[in-house]
Ligand binder design. Structure first.
Ligand code: PLA
Length: 461
């Protein structure tokens, strides 16, 4: 009925001319996103449009197509809709307990209790975020005694978790290095492409995964990074590469740094799993610290979704390690300038949790113990899955690649139809690239999962 109400008042040529006004919204109008008519053509069209509007409510967004579901978060939606009792959600990388329940870390509960007791207020944060968080996050990443921190060469801005921090850095590259492109690994976390596309930053891929060895294609990676135009940004996963779970060795990292130096490229690290890969915060920061030690200017996006389980608090940071404190100050001022019109300032809750946990020696060591426990549970599940697969599969296939991968995921090598079989026949929800999140698996379910993988691998092509 709304369209009839509109038709008597707002669907007049006056209301329809020029920019749409509030009243005209909801009826077909000259401001429809795809229409650009002129002169008499326009008048004729207005007439027709008006007639249509009188008869039927037509949206100006009629031509907006349905967006495809997100390849990762969409899997969780499908999982929720499934009623089968054996169902397993191995899509999103979110940690579950052995009972497959979400987990809130004890240190997080303790930090929140402290915050409540203190009666913290909800005032706006500065654009760059909570000072105590920014200090803690850079120190956690680089080590408190790192020269770059001591000499104030690090521009740190609190971000909306890993994704928001990557997006802010991408906006910076677009604005200040508009002629540079970003190289991303093939494959990579799917959202990297969306982030750079939306920020208007051109990207291309470097070889990373070798399906023959189910390992790193190191020669291909080096060759592609060498072939990229000098001054490119090279996106690297700090640890626990997503989706493959395959990381370069320390020696390989050194060679990668040599090539970046030779080509004048800038490393851009995505650190979404610090402490979650090996169980040690320092060990997982090895790659980043190596580049900082060698005096590269480095971009690093951090996330606390996984290592502190703060998925929905959206807490992370973008750090730019610069060659001088003067440059760092200017870079930080521009990051703030980019952030301001996007979201004004970041949320405080997660930032306070991180600052409290990292800033309190007792909570900090408790966190490390909890992180080791989570990483340990994933390692145990990895081992059990490997054992089950090796025992059950009589074909002689070598499944040991599963043990060589690290982090939350295993890249099984299953192709799209095999992955679809996992879901359609076995109710195992996973991404179509063959990735499974071991963080969503329990020891008890490994046996069932091994049957599903063996069936899909051998009986579907
Ligand atoms: N970078 C990498 C490499 C990631 O895997 C993820 C999350 C992020 C950044 C962003 O996480 P954040 O914004 O929460 O900090 N990847 C997940 C979730 C765990 C997702 O895709 O949304 C994954 O399942 O791959």
């Amino acid at each position: 009925m709304a369209s009839l109400a509109f038709s008597s008042t707002s669907a007049s040529p006056v209301a329809l001319r020029g920019r749409p006004n509030k009243l005209a919204t909801g009826v077909a109008q000259s401001g429809a996103c795809h229409v650009s008519a002129r002169g008499s053509d326009r008048k004729a069209r207005l007439f027709i449009t008006r007639a249509v509007a009188v008869e039927k409510k037509v949206s100006r967004f009629e031509d907006v197509a349905m967006a495809p579901p997100d390849p990762i978060l969409g899997v969780s939606e499908a999982f929720r809709a499934c009623t089968n009792e054996s169902k397993l959600n191995l899509g999103v990388g979110a940690y579950r307990t052995e009972d497959l329940q979400p987990y809130v870390l004890n240190v997080v509960k303790k930090a929140e209790k402290l915050m409540l007791e203190k009666g913290e207020n909800k005032e706006y944060l500065p654009i760059e975020g909570l000072a105590a968080f920014n200090k803690a996050t850079a120190e956690l990443l680089l080590g408190a005694d790192n020269h770059s921190i001591q000499s104030q060469r690090v521009a740190t801005v609190q971000g909306l978790s890993g994704t928001g921090s990557l997006r802010l850095a991408a906006a910076f590259i677009n604005r200040y290095c508009p002629d540079s492109k970003v190289l991303i690994s093939s494959p990579t976390w799917g959202n990297h492409k969306n982030i750079f596309n939306d920020a208007g930053v051109p990207w291309s891929e470097y070889r990373y995964y070798d399906p023959k060895t189910v390992g790193l294609d190191f020669e291909g990676m080096i060759a592609d990074i060498k072939a990229a135009p000098s001054g490119s940004f090279i996106l690297l996963h700090g640890c626990a590469h997503n989706p493959t779970g395959i990381d370069p060795t320390p020696e390989q990292w050194t060679k990668i740094a040599d090539v970046l130096e030779e080509k004048g490229h800038t490393p851009f690290f995505d650190v979404a799993y610090q402490g979650f890969a090996s169980g040690s915060l320092d060990e997982d920061a090895f790659s980043v610290r190596l580049f900082v030690e060698r005096r590269f200017e480095v971009f690093v996006a951090q996330s606390y979704s996984k290592n502190l389980g703060l998925y929905s608090e959206r807490i992370g940071a973008i750090n730019v390690v610069c060659s001088s404190s003067d440059v760092a100050n200017r870079v930080k001022s521009q990051l703030k300038r980019l952030a301001q019109p996007m979201y004004s300032n970041p949320p405080v809750h997660g930032a306070r949790i991180v600052a409290n946990v990292v800033g309190d020696p007792n909570l900090f060591s408790e966190w490390k113990a909890e992180m080791e426990e989570m990483a340990g549970r994933i390692k145990n599940v990895r081992k059990r899955l490997y054992d089950n697969l090796s025992q059950k599969d009589k074909s002689g296939k070598d499944w040991s690649f599963i043990l060589r991968q690290i982090g939350m995921f295993s890249y099984t090598g299953l192709n799209t139809s095999q992955s679809e079989n996992m879901t359609n026949k076995w109710h195992v929800y996973m991404t179509k690239d063959g990735r499974i999140s071991l963080a969503g698996l329990s020891l008890a379910k490994c046996d069932y999962l091994a049957d599903a993988i063996i069936d899909s691998y051998h009986n579907v092509h």
